[in-house]
Ligand binder design. Structure first.
Ligand SMILES: [Zn+2]
Length: 268
């Protein structure tokens, strides 16, 4: 019974995060404030009330429409909130906490992973919508990853030199990236992907990272096949142009989150 309440809470927190993610995905690329400014309807600009901000429920109460102008709210937001709740719950379950004995280490680890996933969700969302890896969010993710590495280094202090090599590599990548940005005045997608990969290695280790890459390609291939079967027009365009721009960051992130949860379930 009590455990059920904990699971329910984790799911609700997940949907709250999900509602924040959708807001961040919409606002960050536009350069809008994500923390202080009131939420508003993108169609009429009407300010949302506190009760309109409750994930899932407010969508159902309002019938999926804006309170002021009646414009339909994309169902994608509802789906994303629920998905975020499910991912949070699955991740929590995958850690198989023993509630009679929770260590400080487990709690800190859990918080680090939530911060890590939060950044991933936002990067994935922006990449899917705009096919760019948002630098600000990536910088946040890199800071979280480096802090996590330092924390692991201090708390376990086993083989420090691997962490030092990792951090040195990270520093070199960042330096090259800064030089590229200074030359072209804009960030490079490939460079951002390498930085994203380094963040993933920090959190999930090299082995799970390789699996994520493998899974990512299987995922893309399957999606292409389904798309080509479902949509004849698309099939023609894929075959004719032979070139498709894919939000690689998005695919890799979905794969990494999925694999982290799956490996936790199987191994812990
Ligand atoms: Zn409106």
């Amino acid at each position: 019974m009590e455990i059920g309440i904990i699971y329910g809470l984790v799911f609700i927190i997940g949907t709250l995060f999900g509602s924040f993610f959708t807001l961040a995905v919409y606002r960050i690329p536009e350069g809008l404030d994500i923390l202080h400014e009131h939420s508003f309807c993108p169609n009429c600009g009407g300010k949302l009330k506190a009760r309109d901000l409750i994930p899932v429920l407010s969508y159902i109460v309002l019938g999926g429409k804006c309170r002021y102008c009646g414009k339909k709210i994309r169902i994608r937001y509802l789906i994303l909130e629920i998905l975020s709740g499910i991912v949070f719950l699955l991740f929590f379950l995958s850690l198989k906490f023993d509630f009679t004995y929770i260590t400080k280490y487990q709690v800190i680890n859990f918080i680090f992973f939530i911060l890590y996933f939060a950044g991933l969700f936002i990067i994935a969302g922006i990449d899917k919508e705009r096919k760019t890896i948002q630098k600000e969010v990536l910088v946040y993710e890199m800071i979280v990853s480096i802090l996590f590495m330092v924390y692991v280094c201090i708390s376990r202090a086993k083989v420090i030199y691997t962490y030092i090599i990792y951090l040195a590599f990270f520093a070199i990548v960042l330096l090259i990236d800064i030089l590229i940005i200074r030359k072209n005045l804009k960030s490079n997608y490939t460079m951002s992907m390498i930085e994203l990969a380094l963040c993933m290695i920090a959190f999930s280790g090299t082995e799970r990272f390789y699996y994520s890459v493998a899974f990512c390609f299987i995922y893309i291939a399957l999606e292409r096949i389904i798309l080509m079967i479902k949509d004849k027009e698309k099939r023609k365009s894929i075959i004719n142009t032979g070139k498709i721009e894919l939000p690689m960051g998005y695919y890799l992130i979905i794969s990494n989150i999925f694999l982290n949860i799956l490996c936790n379930f199987l191994l812990n």
